[in-house]
Every structure is written in structure tokens, then in C-alpha cells.
Design a protein around this ligand. Structure first.
Ligand SMILES: Nc1nc2c(ncn2[C@@H]2O[C@H](COP(=O)(O)OP(=O)(O)OP(=O)(O)O)[C@@H](O)[C@H]2O)c(=O)[nH]1
Ligand SMILES: [Mg+2]
Length: 327
């Protein structure tokens, strides 16, 4: 297999099939495919980076998929091309609740301008959202203006998604009392906006109360320069508040871009990502390096029996893997 078999021009022109095929290649676990995937990415890299990347998270049932449907349809109506990538760490094999998602995203999935794809939550490197980053680049090269990355608030996935998007949106349920207890504090610190969903019918009043409570909670937190996180309400079901959310993100994007902060943020994310991979690769090498492994086993038993300090033992193991210049 070679890159020649790939319709790169078709992908860049925005055709669906080449994009889908390229994503399948990225997702492949075969070594040969992985190499090819990296070549493909290198080729399309200059055509990436032109979208607005939005991460969306929230507890199961908060209405992420319903929100993505309403929000995505709004964007499509504005003439934008939208890609939806769903990371679901709770179900690595089926790609999570994507089957449910397709029915929740019925209108969006029928749109010519929308591309919906579950991201497999496996990978040897970089955590559950490893493939999502690269898939995002492919979608950008294929001309998508907005990339929505949806993830359920489980484990590390929301931190990973926050680390790959421009704007991180946390969806909340209207009953704030319980919710404030349940959410991870770290997640709120990462949020560029909190949106209280289901602000309709019997929930309308409690959504308003929740909004004020979250606004107060957010004031106590550190946030990044140039942007104070906002708290809004919406109803994905009744399609209210959706346009305001896009307006806010559009404003965020313009502000950040003007200040050069968007580029800087992405640069930082790429740098962090690179170092994360370096650490993981070193760990992998260690596991497969016969000498380092035998030293490691020896050191482990010496540490257990208190014959050596953990630091000296660690140095011995690392030196076996990466000899120092003056060793
Ligand atoms: N009243 C009301 N119900 C909503 C709204 N948005 C979603 N729902 C309902 O909430 C339930 C869960 O919605 P989903 O969109 O599947 O939620 P999700 O966050 O994607 O759930 P998971 O994929 O399981 O994590 C469904 O029964 C929706 O119809 C809303 O704005 N108002
Ligand atoms: Mg869902």
C-alpha cells in the first residue's frame, strides 16, 4: 500500500469518501498503515488549522448529542461545514453511544455539510483521544469550518479533549445543587463556557437559578487572559439559546485570533502533546529494552529489600536505557 492509492486531492476538495478512508487509515493498528497515515498527515498538514475546534463535555444524559444536533444544524444553516467527532471512553469497541447519537442527530446526519464520526477510544499512545487529534486535522484539510468534539465526562477523556480544542464547553443539568457537587473542579477551570441545558418547561426556573450559581462559582476561579468564561442557558430540545452560544464562540474566536492567542494556544497544545508522546515512547522503549529491563528487575528487588534508595535505582535503570554522555 502506498500513498498513491489515496485520493488526497479528493480529500482536500472536501469529498466524503476519501475523508472517511483517510480516517480509517489513521485508526488502523497495523504498523504499515500507521506509517502511511503519518505520511498522509505530513502531506495535508499545511491545509489544517483553519477551523474552530470546540470541545463539548458533560455527564451522561445532560444532552450532549441533542445539543450537537441543534448546534450543528444551526451552523449548517449559517452555511458552515461541520464535523462531529465523538470520544466515548466507556465503550472502546462500538465507539460508545454513537448508534444512539445517530438517532439524536437525525437532522444533522442527513446534511451534506455535516460529517459525523465516532472516534475509537483505543490507541497505544496518548490516551483515549489519541486518534481524535489526527482525525480533526483530516477534517480540517477537508474544509470543515467547525469541529465539534463530544466526550462524556468520564475518566481522563475530558482533559484530553480540552487539550486539543480552542474552546471548551461544559454542559450542565438545571438542578445545580447536586451538580455543583458532582463535577470535577478541574473541569470547571478548563471551561470557556458553561451552558445549562434543558432550560425549558418545568426546568426553566431551576436553569436560571443554576446559571447564577455557576456564574458565582466561576468568578472564584482562575481563567485565562483575554477571556472570562461565560455561563448561558439553552434548550437543545426547543432550540433556544443556541444562536447565542455560537455568537459567543465566534466572539471568542475573533478576540483570540486578533491577539495571536489562538495560535499560541495551539502551539502550546502541540508542544505538550509532543512531550506526552516522548514520555510514553520512552516508557515503551524501557519495556522492550532487554538490558534496561534486567537492570529494572534487579533494582526493583533491591528497592523492595531497602538495599538501595529509589532514586539511585531509578538512575541505574534510566542509565541502562539512555547512557549519559560522561558515563
Ligand atoms: N427537556 C429537555 N430534554 C432534553 C434536552 N436535551 C436533551 N434532552 C433529553 O435528555 C436525554 C439525554 O439526551 P442526550 O442528547 O442523549 O444526552 P447525552 O449527554 O448525549 O447522553 P450520553 O450520550 O448518554 O452521554 C434525552 O432523553 C433527550 O431527549 C433539552 O434541552 N430539554
Ligand atoms: Mg450522547
Amino acid at each position: 500500500m502506498s500513498l498513491a492509492t489515496f485520493d488526497v486531492d479528493g480529500l482536500l476538495a472536501g469529498a466524503r469518501r476519501p475523508l472517511a478512508k483517510a480516517i480509517t487509515l489513521i485508526e488502523s493498528r497495523l504498523d504499515a498503515h500507521r506509517q502511511l497515515a503519518q505520511q498522509l498527515l505530513a502531506q495535508i498538514l499545511p491545509q489544517t488549522g483553519r477551523s474552530i475546534r470546540i470541545g463539548i463535555t458533560g455527564v451522561p444524559g445532560v444532552g450532549k448529542s441533542s445539543f450537537v444536533e441543534a448546534f450543528g444544524c444551526h451552523l449548517v444553516e449559517l452555511g458552515k461545514k461541520v464535523a462531529v467527532l465523538a470520544v466515548d471512553p466507556s465503550s472502546p469497541i462500538t465507539g460508545g453511544s454513537i448508534l444512539g447519537d445517530k438517532t439524536r442527530m437525525e437532522r444533522l446526519s442527513q446534511s451534506e455539510r455535516a460529517f459525523i464520526r465516532p472516534s475509537p477510544s483505543y490507541g497505544s499512545l496518548g490516551g483515549v483521544a489519541e486518534k481524535t487529534r489526527e482525525t480533526m486535522l483530516l477534517c480540517e484539510a477537508a474544509g470543515h469550518d467547525v469541529i465539534l468534539v463530544e466526550t462524556v465526562g468520564v475518566g481522563q477523556s475530558e482533559y484530553e479533549v480540552a487539550g486539543m480544542v480552542d474552546f471548551f464547553l461544559v454542559l450542565m443539568l438545571p438542578n445545580a445543587g447536586d451538580e455543583l457537587q458532582g463535577i470535577k473542579k478541574g473541569i470547571l477551570e478548563l471551561a470557556d463556557a458553561i451552558v445549562v441545558n434543558k432550560a425549558d418547561g418545568v426546568y426553566a426556573t431551576s436553569a436560571g437559578i443554576a446559571r447564577r450559581q455557576y456564574s458565582n462559582a466561576m468568578k472564584l476561579m482562575q481563567h485565562r487572559p483575554l477571556w472570562t468564561p461565560r455561563v448561558l442557558t439553552c434548550s437543545a430540545l426547543e432550540n433556544t439559546g443556541i444562536a447565542d452560544i455560537w455568537q459567543m464562540i465566534d466572539e471568542f474566536h475573533a478576540t483570540m485570533q486578533k491577539a495571536g492567542e489562538l495560535e499560541q494556544r495551539r502551539a502550546r497544545q502541540n508542544k505538550d502533546w509532543m512531550w506526552k508522546l516522548v514520555h510514553e515512547l520512552i516508557q515503551l522503549r524501557l519495556q522492550h529494552h532487554p538490558k534496561a529491563r534486567s537492570v529494572a528487575e534487579r533494582m526493583e528487588s533491591q528497592v523492595i529489600s531497602s538495599q538501595i534508595t529509589p532514586l539511585l535505582a531509578a538512575l541505574d535503570i534510566v542509565n541502562a536505557l539512555i547512557p549519559t554522555q560522561h558515563a
